[in-house]
Every structure is written in C-alpha cells, then in structure tokens.
Write a new protein. Structure first.
Length: 261
C-alpha cells in the first residue's frame, strides 16, 4: 500500500523552473566557486604549506596543497546543495510563495520537493565543474579518474540537499538556520579530514568522524583527484548512497507535513 502518490516525471519541471531563474543570475553564482579555490590555494599553498610541508595520508607523503585541494571540492559539494535547499528553498517556500503556486498546478508536494533536491544536487555539480577547471590549472587533479568527481558531486549533492530540506521542513523561521549550520555543517567542516588527517584526532573522535557524511565525501574526492581507485571507494560511496536514500524520503515526508495542513 502506498502512503503517498508516486513521483512522476513532472518533478523535472520544478528543476527546469529553478534552472531558468539561475540562468538569469548565473554570472553572480559563477564567481564563488571560481575564486574560492584560488583564495584557499593561495592562502594554504603559499602560507601554511611552507610551514607544514608534506602530509602523510594513507601511507604516503603528499604535499599539503595536494591534500587540501580535494577537500575544497568536497566542501563545495556540501555547501552548494545544503544552502540551496535551506536558505534558497525556504525563501521560495515562505517568502515568494513559489511552492504554493506550484501546488495549485497538477504537481504534487512530493514532486515539488524531489525537484528541489535534484536542483540542489545540480548546483553541486555546476560548482564542482567550475572548481575542477580552476584546480586543474595547478595540476592537482589526475585525469581521467578526476572526471568521477562529477557523479560524486551529484551523489553528495543529493545527500546534503536532502539533509538541508529536512532542516527547512522543521525550521520555523530563516534566522534559526544558524542552528543546523553550527551543529551539523561546522563540525563536519572542521573534523572530516578536510584540513588535517583524521588520524591526528583521538581514537574516539576518529570513530565518530568515520560516520560523518562529509568525511566519506572527502575520502572519495581525494581518491578520484589523486587517481587512486581501490576497494575503499565502495564503503564510502555506499555510505553516501545509504545516507541519501534515507534523507530524501525523510525530507519529502517532513515537507509534506509542513505544506499540507
């Protein structure tokens, strides 16, 4: 027995609507993923790299710049989808009443939310492609393995976009998004092996970090960036897929409760 109506291909119309709006201001959205890697690589490459030198990662020594570059891509995947499906989706829902207008059409709530999450994942892919172009100029991505970063961006975007949509469903006003950012995004940003190896943490923190979705995303990003394809990508990829498969239906269920009163 189905509790909710099935999601049809109409959800792509929601994605198309957001793409149309994005194309009107794409030049502004283009700037952050273009300049962010330059700023980070300049700061950490010319600054910290001289102090740190190399980092031991998975049994080999790599430069700090090569260590941090894949993490920048993973962080961008997370932020692009999460903030699109929190702040931007909340504005469309609460202030612009876009969701109300779409609900007056044959679109179902499930299709609207599915289209929103898909758009969040698309934003991650766009930002990742731009960052890859910039980071490739420094010779920090190995191809063709590096092309796997694009499907990784889509998977990570689905996971973090759905997580963001869950937050949108339970957040009463836009100011309170500071809580999930502080309690969910910031700890992952700091302790997911982004700026230093997880092995440097205490044992209990290492075990905790292994369950953070960003930590798995960072590991996959480093594997693809450095051209290292081994069995470890199956566990990390499986974790992200499992996270997304739980978060997406949960987001749809929570948003239905919020929109249908």
């Amino acid at each position: 027995m189905r509790i909710y109506p099935p999601i049809s291909g109409r959800f792509l119309r929601v994605w198309q609507r957001n793409l149309t709006v994005y194309r009107q201001s794409w030049k502004i959205s283009f700037i952050p993923p273009l300049l962010e890697p330059l700023f980070y690589l300049l700061a950490f490459g010319a600054g910290l790299s001289g102090l740190i030198g190399s980092v031991r990662y998975q049994g080999e020594e790599i430069s700090y710049v090569r260590f941090i570059a894949p993490a920048l891509i993973a962080i961008t995947i997370m932020n692009s989808a999460f903030f699109e499906n929190t702040y931007s989706s909340f504005v469309r829902m609460y202030y612009y009443k876009t969701f109300d207008a779409m609900m007056a059409t044959p679109l179902t709530v499930e299709e609207i939310i599915a289209g929103e999450i898909l758009w969040g994942a698309t934003k991650s892919v766009i930002a990742t492609a731009i960052m890859m172009a910039v980071i490739s100029l420094f010779g920090l991505i190995r191809y063709p393995e590096g092309l796997l970063l694009l499907p990784l961006a889509f998977l990570g975007g689905l996971a973090f976009g759905a997580a963001g949509m869950v937050c949108t469903a339970v957040t009463p006003n836009i100011e309170l998004f500071n809580l999930p950012v502080f309690l969910f995004i910031t700890p992952m940003f700091l302790f997911s092996g982004t700026f230093f190896p997880i092995d440097n943490l205490p044992l209990w923190a290492q075990k905790t970090a292994a369950f953070l979705p960003l930590a798995n995303l960072v590991d996959l990003s480093r594997s693809f960036t450095n051209g290292r394809i081994d069995a470890s990508i199956l566990s990390c990829g499986g974790y992200l897929a499992a996270f997304a498969s739980v978060a997406c239906p949960l987001a749809i269920r929570k948003m239905r409760r919020r929109l249908i009163k």
